[in-house]
Design a protein around this ligand. Structure first.
Ligand code: GTP
Ligand code: MN
Ligand code: MN
Length: 669
């Protein structure tokens, strides 16, 4: 459905089938080498009731065979499914590049699809076109990606608005990382996606290629690299060195650039942080620009720099990242002028595909957080139903003080009813697809061939209790451990799981690794090793952090304001980096905690009376007794240990050492 061009030029709203509103993790499969499993060694037992469950199975269980299908059986089954599956529809051929076409880090693909929605999304999210076909015809390898909604049309049969397989179990999002013996020319990697038309299930350049396949490519490549679920943010800092007391004229020192990547699980704040707005008080000295909002491909690159003082050529290494995508596929709810003005400005540029938002009768869009008030004359909700609310009791209970039901509820309950009501209008996982170039703060180098050099990596999740606002790991490997034991409360971004359950999600990659998770942890340690120069630590190795924007008080309110105030933490991270690069070892901007170094209150530059941070306790790691004489941290570490034990012999020994080191710090505290 077209959107009012005066509001969002050249934009459309799509409504999916209610059976197809998010990634289907339980129908996502990754083929593995013989004897390997995705998350644990085949013989290790997954402990029960840990509060996490794996999805993204390695294979499909076949009741007749009494076992999981092996790679070739899965492939055979899918080729049968694809036979005739596009009958009555148009098949589109999409040659695409993940990464700038000129970049040595980029990778090519060809997606076949019978969904125009998918074609339009691929057009925005990836670089497409004949130039890529040209490169492929010249011999550059590509990954074949098959996609079909899986609903052939009989002659004369009327199509539905959003065709997809009605049964979840007819959907297959399958990844192959070994060559097909019958089609060896197609190479080692391929993707076959059947039955769904939604986001990550169907826009194959994104999660399927740029994360699952690419993570395996990076592991297989002798020149090891990483594909991560990370935003990439650049920070520019030009310090004021003096102010003329008479004229108030400021003199600025040399400009420093920092690149920070952030790995948070789906719907935990990557897109928001990638386009963060610098609080007014810092804008004289600080500005930010966006390189990517969801995926980073990271390479260790050797560089030679001439030392300006001695004139000697110094060899060093840095980690450089590219954003393989060219568009943002952002979560709509929660995006508004107040929370993410840069995302809103990106949207005002038009060329958007909205998915599952509500629309108004004058062709505008609506979701929770775009505005806090309902449009007067109703909307068409994401399911396509006209919704008026003058007399709707579901609205009046939170919105109409004259209504009897309103008075019966507490303010808290009314807030909840309001959220529920808003979520029935636009789906909680409704999305917008928009080109990166429209972002007003897109980085001038977002599209360059060699990417940007990394200074810090941030991991985080939704934790309403326990986890402090920010800590800096003591070393790369300790950072790897914090990333590996990331836990987060689940969100609406996944079709087949309940929201609000605490799950382990290592590096925010649980649904996106393309090979054994224990080996993936090892790959992280290897990347740290690879950064060493002549066996010694390299000052360019990114600093590692763990953050949590989502701590709540007893009333269920966020303790930390989040959004643009997260910049205070980012600023702290950048200043730490600057200090390290200068060889300055002073510690006044940090406090030692068992988990690592946390910011001091002063280093966050909070205004004297504020509601940005309502409880300073979230800066520290509590060691007080919890229930049953066991501290909450002791329980947390026990759960993390049980989790790590799942990997058995696949768990790198460095991580065991780091784990014990943190436990020692906790015991000593
Ligand atoms: P994917 O694109 O699915 O990988 O997710 P994402 O990590 O990009 O998530 P996104 O930035 O779109 O944020 C998702 C939700 O988190 C939105 O509802 C935001 O309003 C909310 N959010 C983001 N940052 C913050 C924050 O600092 N504090 C709080 N309380 N909420 C936040
Ligand atoms: Mn994502
Ligand atoms: Mn996002």
């Amino acid at each position: 459905m077209p959107i009012n061009p005066y509001l969002y030029p050249n934009s459309y709203a799509a409504r999916s089938s209610p059976l197809d509103v998010a990634r289907s993790e339980s129908r996502t499969f990754v083929s593995l080498e013989d004897g390997k499993s995705l998350y644990h060694t085949p013989n290790s037992k997954l402990p029960a009731n840990l509060g996490f469950s794996w999805s993204c199975s390695a294979g499909e269980y076949d009741a007749e065979k009494g076992r999981e299908l092996n790679t070739e059986e899965m492939r055979g089954k899918l080729f049968l499914k694809f036979t005739g599956c596009m009958r009555g529809r148009t098949m589109f051929v999409i040659p695409f590049s993940m990464g700038p076409v000129c970049s040595p880090f980029s990778k090519l693909g060809i997606q076949l699809s019978d969904s125009l929605y998918v074609v339009a999304n691929m057009y925005t999210m990836t670089r497409t076109g004949l130039g890529i076909l040209q490169k492929i015809s010249e011999g550059t390898p590509f990954v074949p990606c098959w996609h079909s909604v899986g609903v052939p049309l009989l002659p004369g049969e009327k199509d539905v608005m959003w065709p997809c397989c009605r049964e979840q179990n007819d959907k297959y999002i399958s990844h192959f990382t070994t060559p097909d013996p019958e089609r060896p020319l197609l190479g080692k990697y391929s993707i076959m996606s059947f039955g769904s038309g939604y986001g990550g299930n169907a826009i194959l350049g994104k999660k399927c290629y740029a994360l699952r396949i690419a993570s395996k490519m990076g592991r297989d490549d002798p020149d090891k690299w990483m594909a991560e679920h990370m935003l990439i943010l650049r920070v520019k800092y030009t310090p004021i060195v003096s102010v003329d007391p008479a004229t108030k004229k400021k003199t600025f020192g040399p400009t420093e650039y920092f690149t920070v990547t952030g790995a948070f699980p789906s719907a935990c704040g990557k897109t928001n942080m990638a386009m963060i707005e610098v609080p007014a008080e810092f804008r004289d000295e600080w500005s930010v620009s966006t390189v990517g909002d969801d995926i980073a491909w990271i390479h260790v690159v050797e560089t030679e720099k001439t030392d300006p003082k001695t004139g000697k050529v110094v060899k060093t290494k840095e980690m450089r990242a590219i954003n393989p995508e060219s568009g943002f596929f952002g979560v709509a709810p929660g995006t508004g002028e107040k929370t993410n003005a840069n995302a809103m400005a990106t949207l005002r540029g038009g060329n958007i595909i909205f998915t599952n938002v509500a629309t108004t009768f004058n062709g505008d869009v609506f979701w929770d957080g775009l505005s806090d008030t309902l449009p007067d004359d109703g909307v068409i909700d994401w399911k396509g139903n006209k919704r008026g609310w003058k007399s709707d009791p579901a609205r009046r209970v939170f919105d109409d003080p004259t209504y009897e039901g309103y008075q019966k509820l507490s303010e808290q309950e009314r807030k909840m009813k309001k959220r529920q009501f808003f979520n029935s209008l636009a789906h909680p996982n409704s999305r917008y697809t928009t080109p990166c170039v429209q972002c007003p703060i897109i980085d001038p180098e977002w599209n360059t061939a060699d990417g940007v050099p990394l200074d810090a990596m941030v991991f985080g999740g939704r934790r309403s209790t326990l986890i402090p606002l920010a800590v800096r790991a003591r070393s790369w490997n300790q950072g790897v451990l914090l990333g590996a034991t990331l836990r987060s409360e689940t969100t609406a971004a996944v079709q087949d799981r309940a929201s609000g359950v605490l799950n382990f999600d290592p590096f925010a990659m649980r649904p996106f690794v393309g090979y054994n998770m224990g080996e993936y942890f090892e790959h992280w340690c290897d990347m740290g090793e690879k950064m060493k120069v002549d066996g010694a630590e390299n000052v360019n190795t990114p600093d590692m952090y763990f953050v949590n924007w989502f701590r709540k008080n007893e009333k269920g309110e966020f303790i930390w304001n989040g959004f643009s105030d997260n910049f205070r933490v980012i600023r702290w991270i950048c200043l730490n980096r600057l200090q390290k690069k200068k060889g300055d070892t002073s510690t006044e901007r940090q406090q030692d905690t068992p988990l690592g170094y946390a910011p001091t209150m002063a280093s966050l530059n909070l205004p004297p009376k504020n509601d940005i941070l309502t409880d300073a306790a979230i800066l520290t790691v509590p060691t007080a007794e919890g229930v049953d004489g066991e501290t909450e941290w002791a329980r947390e570490m026990k759960e993390r240990k049980n989790f790590l034990d799942v990997f058995g012999p696949d768990l790198p020994k460095q991580l065991k050492t780091e784990f014990n080191d943190i436990v020692d710090h906790l015991v000593a505290a």
